[in-house]
Write a protein that binds this ligand. Structure first.
Ligand SMILES: CC(C)(COP(=O)(O)OP(=O)(O)OC[C@H]1O[C@@H](n2cnc3c(N)ncnc32)[C@H](O)[C@@H]1OP(=O)(O)O)[C@@H](O)C(=O)NCCC(=O)NCCS
Length: 154
């Protein structure tokens, strides 16, 4: 089974895009980003950090953050439904943070739906704190939390 293979976290490549888009659609449905959005990130590696987690040849999750010299924004993270609850998102986030820190970035921000208990649980475990609520943030009118962490405090 792929779940018994060693988990690897590495930079995303164009060869990963089909698997990434599949996970994105399984995770976000109609709100999923298109392939081009992910491809654009691969074209700007100096300010977009795009990682995948794989077991053997199988891509099971990804995370993508954009950044400037000091701050980063987690733009997307998802794990294939059949591989959730195994620490994959935490591994992706920890690697993102480590690479961003090496680039001199000291903080990460993100936006998450108030009803996304799994994601909020993940972020809180990693030291993110809620900064403010944004009503009507999503297309369906759902509210969001803005969350933030300083890497020094993780
Ligand atoms: C959110 C998501 C990325 C978590 O991925 P995952 O690989 O299952 O998460 P992990 O196994 O690394 O869990 C790490 C921590 O997150 C929290 N967590 C994960 N799943 C959770 C759940 N269903 N409920 C509450 N907390 C949860 C826990 O604190 C967990 O630590 P623990 O296992 O020691 O309790 C995954 O559920 C997903 O892909 N969801 C759909 C996409 C999405 O919502 N992305 C975020 C958009 S803002």
């Amino acid at each position: 089974m792929s779940a018994t293979r060693k988990l690897t976290v590495r930079r995303a490549t164009r060869d990963d895009l089909t698997a990434i888009v599949r996970i994105e659609r399984a995770s976000f449905g109609r709100d999923a980003w298109e392939r081009k959005w992910f491809a654009d990130c691969l074209s700007a590696p100096e300010n977009c950090l795009f990682l995948v987690a794989s077991r053997g040849e199988i891509v099971v999750g990804y995370a993508l953050a954009v950044h400037n010299q000091s701050r980063s924004e987690l733009d997307s993270i998802a794990v294939a439904p059949s591989h959730r609850g195994l620490g994959i998102a935490a591994a992706l986030m920890n690697r993102l943070n480590a690479v961003l820190r090496r680039r001199g970035v000291s903080a990460m921000m993100l936006t998450v739906r108030l009803d996304n208990a799994a994601a909020i649980g993940l972020y809180r475990k990693l030291g993110f704190r809620r900064e403010r609520r944004i009503n009507g943030y999503y297309d369906d009118g759902a509210p969001a939390w803005r969350m933030r962490t300083s890497f020094g405090s993780v």
